[in-house]
Design a protein around this ligand. Structure first.
Ligand code: IPE
Ligand code: IPE
Ligand code: MG
Length: 235
């Protein structure tokens, strides 16, 4: 939603978003194919997700594939699609057992149909979020998301409040991220959650995603604790 969710100094962030970047460079350094970097990234992601919820984070949003990533070579995309098939078929039941709701944001029509179906089925299975919510951004682009919302609004035909507009975004119902982590040295948003991150604390790590450990995640949480969030006010 469009309003700050009241996280204060010294607190665990309610919602953490992560741009999982650096898989390709991780593989290149080891003279391995990029697909090996993506596999290592998936292993790392599984561990970090577990750790994040155990640390008290309630919502974890992971940028797994951008709309622009569809311009990558077919072979790399096929490898990523295989990992998505593997992940969703092996993990939906586990998430459901743990009480973690699964949600996917982005344009799923960009994906092969069997994956879009698998994702829909996984979201139905893991719908109970009493222990947390895990959000994957797949085929996601923030500008595209904003345009989708604007087009929904135009169809509705009347001026909207910020809250009403937020409810038209892919992230409807989720609070804005408190903390955004980007691994892999780059200091940019790459079309991720542009509307929702208006007041999000940003944390950039030089570590390539497959090397980003639980300790590194804790360092990001600690950095967040020492930030003072003002939302435009004086204190
Ligand atoms: C992030 O790693 C994963 C995806 C974008 C799918 P990259 O594949 O972008 O890795 P680098 O940035 O080339 O190292
Ligand atoms: C951002 O990484 C997208 C994901 C991590 C899924 P990219 O590697 O696509 O970003 P750029 O191209 O370096 O900006
Ligand atoms: Mg990259």
């Amino acid at each position: 939603m469009g309003s700050p969710n009241g996280a204060e100094r010294g607190k665990i962030p309610v919602h953490v978003a992560v741009i999982m970047d650096g898989n390709g460079r991780w593989a290149k350094k080891r003279l391995m194919p990029r697909s090996a970097g993506h596999r290592a990234g998936m292993k790392r992601m599984l561990r970090l997700a577990e750790h994040a919820f155990a640390s008290g984070v309630r919502i974890l949003t992971l940028y797994a594939l951008s709309a622009e990533n569809f311009n990558r070579p077919r072979e790399e995309l096929q490898g990523l699609f295989s990992l998505f098939r593997e992940y969703f078929s092996q993990n939906a039941d586990k998430l459901a057992e743990k009480g973690i709701a699964l949600r996917v944001i982005g344009d799923l029509s960009l994906l092969p149909e069997d994956i879009a179906r698998l994702i829909a089925e996984s979201q139905r299975k893991a719908a109970d979020g009493r222990a947390g919510t895990l959000v994957f951004a797949i085929g996601y682009g923030a500008r595209q998301e904003i345009l989708r919302a604007v087009n929904r609004a135009v169809t509705g035909g009347k001026p909207l409040t910020e809250g009403e507009f937020s409810a038209l975004l892919d992230t409807a119902g989720l609070p804005d991220p408190d903390l955004l982590i980007r691994t892999g040295k780059e200091c940019r948003l790459s079309n991720f959650l542009l509307f929702q991150c208006a007041y999000t604390e940003l944390y950039f790590s030089d570590k390539l995603f497959p090397d980003f450990s639980e300790r590194d995640f804790e360092s990001a949480l600690n950095a967040y604790k020492s930030r003072e969030r003002r939302f435009g006010r004086t204190e």
